[in-house]
Design a binder for this molecule. Structure first.
Ligand code: NAD
Length: 501
């Protein structure tokens, strides 16, 4: 029997066990299992759903301002516990502490936006739509809602979902990634401390068995998912077939177009962060540069090689490191496999990170930055999401050629263009078939008061994540039309009014 600490569920405000299966949780910098996580069985998930359903009537009836105050309290607690939360993220995900702090900050901004829910829920009112008839729309909570999240932003992506869901009056069940589940659980405990009543937010640890229970149980009214495209598609189809509202955000392969007139130094610096930040494990990472003109490609390569040579790879806990390890051994092997495949396919490997060694961390999942030139659209390393520190350069001769490539790709999450030409930038952002576009901005991740979502096979569903779309996703519109005819002042009754009002 393993003596590793066990990461539990949080149901009805209590840490509980449930389910006989567990999975090891590794520290990617050491390659050693340091904890294990429970994997919920169906009965445990049903217990969480029952807890959320029991908490719903009172929470729905709680004035929106009181619900919002819990979010304001939580924002302060998250700031106070930033070091603790970032340490949990780095220990299980591997990213450097600065990247963990960056994701926590973006998560906190979503909590802050959820604290505006009373304003966002105000609805619409029309007086005298007919004689003595008024009509209004209001946004009512759905009931029990659920979220399933990926490994790569363990603290931020859950905060895209449940704060707005509960601020709108719903109750929630979160199923975090089983690879790095601790930070989301700790945030849920801080939410209790912030004043969230037990049962309003429940956390079940688990895998497919938990997900399938959430997708099919009729008490769950809506499901938000973020993860890889095959699972997103499955979650969308299964949840919709069970009559639920579903939004399922999937994978990506984001392209950066670099025009001949771009500020190359700016584009190089931006691409270093976009390609290698967080080890490339970001759905908004930019693993492809589409260079317009050979001179542009050559200038980018010179700049990137110089910057890559300065990069330091090592454990995320050491602030001098720029890049930590990949999340797991299988993922490490998969990403290395893509680099091998790129070489076999005939792309030119200019920088090879496969041999990187980190003294004292020989079992860690470290892969150095890799840079390919002459990547072609037919190649597997062009088509598939690698989710690692692998950047490829595709050479084209015109902006239209670059745009045709991007439009033809199965994913449409994010893209960007580097140029000094406003007309080119405007044409690109107006016409490209991608959901989030940057102009001289590499990672066009919308702020919390806009919404996040890709097009094509990067998102299944109609509404994007967080921001104003989240208010619509976690509520249903009700329109009430009401007639109170009146002939004027009624004498002799308790009810009397002046027609001058
Ligand atoms: P994943 O699809 O493997 O897992 C996501 C979630 O689904 C996890 O909670 C996991 O437990 C669950 N899951 C896994 N297999 C399942 C199955 N067969 N049935 C039911 N549930 C299952 O994704 P990941 O590896 O954790 O995360 C990386 C992926 O997420 C990348 O593809 C990345 O692009 C994507 N992502 C997308 C966005 C976005 O906003 N579009 C944001 C972050 C990550």
């Amino acid at each position: 029997m393993s003596t590793l600490p066990t990461i539990p569920h949080l149901i009805n405000g209590e840490r509980v066990s449930g389910g006989s299966r567990t999975q090891d949780v590794f520290n990617p910098a050491t390659g050693h299992a340091e904890k294990r996580v429970l994997l919920a069985d169906k009965a445990t998930v049903e217990q969480a759903i029952a807890s959320a359903q029991a908490a719903y009537p009172a929470w729905r009836a709680t004035p929106p301002l009181k619900r919002a105050r819990v979010m304001s309290n939580l924002k302060v607690l998250l700031e106070q516990h930033a070091d603790e939360l970032c340490a949990l993220v780095t220990a299980e995900h591997g990213k450097v502490l600065a990247d963990a702090l960056g994701e926590l900050q973006r998560g906190i901004e979503n909590v802050e936006y959820a604290s505006y829910a009373p304003e966002l829920l105000k609805g619409e009112h029309s007086k005298n739509v007919g004689p003595a008839i008024d009509s209004w729309s209001e946004f009512q909570a759905l009931g029990v809602t659920a979220g399933i999240t990926p490994f790569n932003f363990p603290v931020m992506v859950p905060l895209w979902m449940w704060p707005m869901a509960v601020a709108c009056g719903n109750t929630f069940i979160l199923k975090p990634s089983e690879r790095d589940p601790s930070s989301a659980l700790r945030v849920a405990e801080l939410a209790l401390q912030a004043g969230l009543p037990p049962g309003v937010l429940n956390v079940v640890q688990g895998d497919k068995e938990s997900v399938d229970t959430l997708l099919t149980d009729p008490r769950v009214k809506a499901v938000s998912f973020v993860g890889s495209t095959p699972i997103a598609e499955y979650v969308y189809a299964t949840g919709c077939a069970a009559g639920k509202r579903v939004q399922a955000l999937g994978g990506a392969k984001n392209h950066a177009v670099v025009m001949p007139d771009a500020d190359v130094a700016n584009a190089v610096s931006a691409m270093m962060g976009a390609a290698y930040g967080s080890c490339g494990e970001r759905c908004m990472a930019v693993p492809l540069i589409v260079a317009v003109g050979d001179a542009t490609a050559d200038a980018m390569i010179a700049g990137l090689k110089a910057e890559i040579a300065k990069m330091k790879v090592g454990p995320g806990t050491d602030a001098s490191n720029d890049m930590g390890p990949l999340v797991s051994k299988p993922h490490f092997e998969k990403v290395k496999g893509y680099v091998n495949q790129g070489v076999m396919e005939g792309a030119t490997l200019l920088v090879d990170g496969r041999g990187v060694k980190v003294p004292g961390h020989e079992d860690g999942y470290f892969l150095g930055p890799c840079l390919f030139d002459n990547v072609k659209p037919g190649m597997v390393i062009y088509q598939e999401e690698i989710f690692g520190p692998v950047l490829g350069i595709v050479r084209v001769q015109t902006l239209q050629e670059a745009m045709d490539l991007i439009d033809a790709h199965e994913y449409g999450n994010g893209t960007c263009i580097f140029t000094r030409d406003g007309e080119a930038a405007r044409y690109f952002s107006d016409n490209i078939l991608v959901g989030m576009v940057g102009v001289n901005v590499p990672l066009p991740v919308p702020v919390a008061y806009h919404s996040f979502g890709g097009w094509k096979r990067s998102l299944f569903g109609d509404l994007h994540a967080y921001g104003p779309d989240a208010v619509r996703f976690y509520t249903k519109r009700k329109t009430i039309t009401q007639r109170w005819p009146s002939a004027g002042v009624r004498e002799g009754t308790v009810f009397s009014f002046s027609s001058n009002r």
